[in-house]
Design a protein around this ligand. Sequence first.
Ligand SMILES: NC(=O)c1ccc[n+]([C@@H]2O[C@H](COP(=O)([O-])OP(=O)(O)OC[C@H]3O[C@@H](n4cnc5c(N)ncnc54)[C@H](OP(=O)(O)O)[C@@H]3O)[C@@H](O)[C@H]2O)c1
Length: 259
Amino acid sequence: MTNEGARVLVTGGTRGIGFAVAHQIVRQGGRVMLVGTDAERAQEAAASLAAPGRVFSMGCRIEGNERQSRRLVEAAVESLGELTGVVNAAGGATVGHALDLSWSRWKEDVDTKLWGYFALMRAAVPHLASPGGVIVNILGVAGKDPNPRLAPGTVINGALRGLTKILADDLAPRGIRVLAVNPGATETDLLREMAQGYARLNGVSTDEALAAMRSSGPLGRLPTASDIAAAVVFLMSEEAALITGTSLDIDGGVHRGPA
Ligand SMILES: NC(=O)c1ccc[n+]([C@@H]2O[C@H](COP(=O)([O-])OP(=O)(O)OC[C@H]3O[C@@H](n4cnc5c(N)ncnc54)[C@H](OP(=O)(O)O)[C@@H]3O)[C@@H](O)[C@H]2O)c1
C-alpha cells in the first residue's frame, strides 16, 4: 500500500488523529498541509515530521464559513498543487445530554464539525484530482450508535454520515471517492477531555472515568491515533479504489449495533 505522490489537506492535523494521518502519508512519500487553530502550533507539528518541502502548515479555525474554506483550500493548492485528498479531522467531542447543554455549545459544535467539514468539502471538490481524489471524514461511532451522553457528536456525526454517502454518489461520476471513519474512544488528548466530562456526569474521578473507558473494549485496548490513521491511509490508497460512500468503525469492538 502506498500514498507516494499524495497531496493531502488535513484539518485537525496538529495533534491526535489528524497528525497521525499526516505522519503516515508523509512516511509513505506524500505531501501534506496541516491545519490547526493555532499557526505556531501547526508549524511546530509540521517541523516535527522532519520532511522539509513536503509538509506545510496553516493556522485556521475551521467553521461553516465558505469564503474562509475557499482561502484555506487555495493556500493548500498553492503549496501542494492539485489535491489528491482531503481529511476532515478538526473537532472535539462534547460530553453532555441534549437538553442539558447550552444552546451556544450546540451551535459552536455544529458550526465547527458539521458546517466546517461540509464547507471544506464544497471548497475542495473543484481542486481535487478527477479521477482519483479522495475525501475522508473522521466521524465517530456515536453517529451510528446514538449515545445520549455524547449528544452533539451523535447528531453531527449522524448527519455527516448521510452527507458522506450522498456526496459519494454525487461525485462518483467524476471519479472522486468520499468515505468516513468512525473512531470509538481513541487514545488522544481528546480522550482525557471526554473522561473529564464523564467524570462530572457520573460523580467519579477523571482517572476512574478513563479506566472505565479503557476497559470497555472486547479487544482489550482502545484504538490509538495510529490505528485510526492506518485505516485512513488505506482508504486513500489505490488499493481501496473501489471503496466509496461507506463508513468504517475502528473502535476495538465497542460498538454492538448493526454493522
Ligand atoms: N479521540 C476520540 O476518542 C474520538 C472519538 C470519536 C471521534 N473523534 C473525532 O476525531 C476527530 C479528531 O479528534 P482527536 O481525538 O484527534 O482530537 P485531538 O487530539 O483533541 O485533536 C484535535 C485536532 O483538531 C484541531 N481542531 C479542533 N477544533 C478545531 C477548529 N475549530 N479548527 C481547526 N482545528 C481544530 C486541533 O487543533 P489545535 O492543536 O490547534 O487545537 C487538533 O489538531 C474529531 O472530529 C473528533 O470528533 C475522536
